[in-house]
Design a protein around this ligand. Structure first.
Ligand SMILES: [Zn+2]
Length: 279
């Protein structure tokens, strides 16, 4: 059954990739991706695929990992220990008894670092909800896609936003190998889904000389947003993506960002450029 579960996870990722590409370029022709999705659907047993498609119409998130505290990361309700063990053995396809989503077991789920007790709670607005001056990297040392992802994941871990930078890198590159997250205009959005805890967060790296990221227009990538996505923020992520693509559609905005040489200047420029596009 493991392979069916893997196919379900892959199907969901391709569906997300399709939504991501639609969000970043509503006019793009997506036939190839749609074909891959249809092929995968045909490979699944009929009862599984029809359940997947029915649930997918209602919500984009259909296949979810069990959280470290034995809850369904889709609905947050506790999963009985006996069922957790069954899912771990994965001899059959299992679903959450509360929300019906397909469940899988994920070793070493990436986690946000828990906030220190007594830490002050801030309610930022705009782009400050999703990032921080400490997550700005004006000059990526990396000269390849993989190293750029690694550098940004390491920055997030070093700044105390996630627990395990290496695991995060591994998952982001696995996603990247399915289909590139690079889009037109020299932008890329490598990401990791189903991070436990915290909120949608990104680190931003710049590489003026460009990186080969697999963009559909064949151009190099100069602006890399590395994003961690907690399960409940899965759909919201598409709005952030659309807002960022909208902001950096113009060469003027991209050049203003690429000119920045310090994290402070980058943060200031990003905040001002996104003041109208990201609420
Ligand atoms: Zn559930």
């Amino acid at each position: 059954m493991k392979h069916i579960l893997n196919q379900l996870v892959q199907l969901q990722e391709l569906n997300f990739a399709l939504s991501e590409q639609k969000a970043s370029n509503p006019e793009a022709r997506l036939t190839q991706l749609e074909e891959s999705i249809n092929k995968l659907v045909e490979k699944l047993p009929e009862d599984i695929s029809s359940r997947y498609l029915r649930m997918h119409q209602r919500a984009p998130l259909v296949v979810v990992p069990i959280g470290q505290n034995n809850t369904c990361t889709g609905c947050g309700i506790a999963v009985p220990v006996a069922l957790v063990n069954e899912v771990h053995k994965s001899e059959q396809i299992h679903s959450c008894e509360n929300c019906g989503r397909f469940l899988y077991y994920q070793e070493n789920s990436p986690r946000r670092v828990p906030k220190a007790p007594g830490a002050k709670v801030e309610l930022p607005s705009g782009i400050a909800r999703f990032s921080d001056v400490a997550l700005m990297l004006p000059k990526l040392a990396a000269s390849s896609r993989d190293d750029a992802v690694k550098e940004l994941a390491a920055l997030m871990a070093a700044q105390g936003f996630v627990e395990d930078g290496d695991r995060l890198t591994e998952l982001a590159l696995r996603r990247e190998s399915m289909i590139s997250t690079a889009v037109e205009s020299g932008l890329a959005f490598p990401h990791v889904r189903n991070v436990e805890g915290g909120s949608l967060t990104f680190a931003l790296g710049l590489k003026e000389s460009g990186l080969k990221f697999g963009s559909p227009d064949g151009e190099t990538t100069k602006i890399v947003f590395f994003i961690v996505i907690p399960t409940p923020a899965s759909a919201f992520y598409l709005r952030l993506l659309a807002g960022l693509v909208n902001t950096f559609r113009t060469a003027k905005a991209r050049n203003a960002l690429l000119k920045c040489t310090t994290p402070e200047k980058m943060w200031q420029t990003l905040t001002s450029l996104t003041s109208e596009t990201i609420s």
